[in-house]
Design a protein around this ligand. Structure first.
Ligand SMILES: [Zn+2]
Ligand SMILES: [Zn+2]
Ligand SMILES: [Zn+2]
Length: 140
């Protein structure tokens, strides 16, 4: 791992008050490199030979979700998609564009959507996630 990347990852763990463990570092490295939401299965296969067992990966991901370092970007048909929360604000995640043709998902880091100001009676808004659907250049 390059030292600059290692430093960034360690800073992320420190700011979330999480111990710098091997599996956490590896998962963050994969999330940073992917630059898009990934399923736990994708993360496990990206680990190659160094992979810990799947349960450890799931547990580590959930642990980073609880600490706010990682967000569940959205829930797909069969699996949850995880990504680094560094491009999100406290109440709003950056929007995502999903291609209805091939399912490819792109992060829209530079687009901000105004926050909903009201919720159904008795409901409390905690987080806003916006998903746009359409066609990617290959499917259009
Ligand atoms: Zn988010
Ligand atoms: Zn497509
Ligand atoms: Zn994203």
């Amino acid at each position: 791992m390059k030292s600059q990347l290692k430093e960034r990852i360690d800073n992320l763990l420190d700011s979330a008050k999480l111990k710098r463990t091997g599996p956490r570092r590896t998962i963050l490295e994969i999330l940073l490199a992917g630059n898009r939401p990934q399923t736990a299965d994708e993360i496990v296969s990206a680990m190659g030979n160094t992979r810990p067992n799947k349960v450890t990966v799931y547990r580590t991901l959930e642990n980073m979700v609880v600490s706010g370092l990682v967000h569940k970007a959205f829930v797909g048909e069969r699996s949850q998609y995880y990504e680094l929360a560094d491009k999100c604000t406290e109440h709003q995640c950056h929007p995502h564009f999903v291609c209805t043709g091939c399912g490819r998902t792109s992060c829209m880091h530079d687009v901000s959507v105004s926050m909903a100001t009201s919720a159904p009676a008795g409901f409390v808004i905690q987080r806003q996630q916006v998903r746009l659907e359409g066609l990617c250049p290959e499917c259009a």
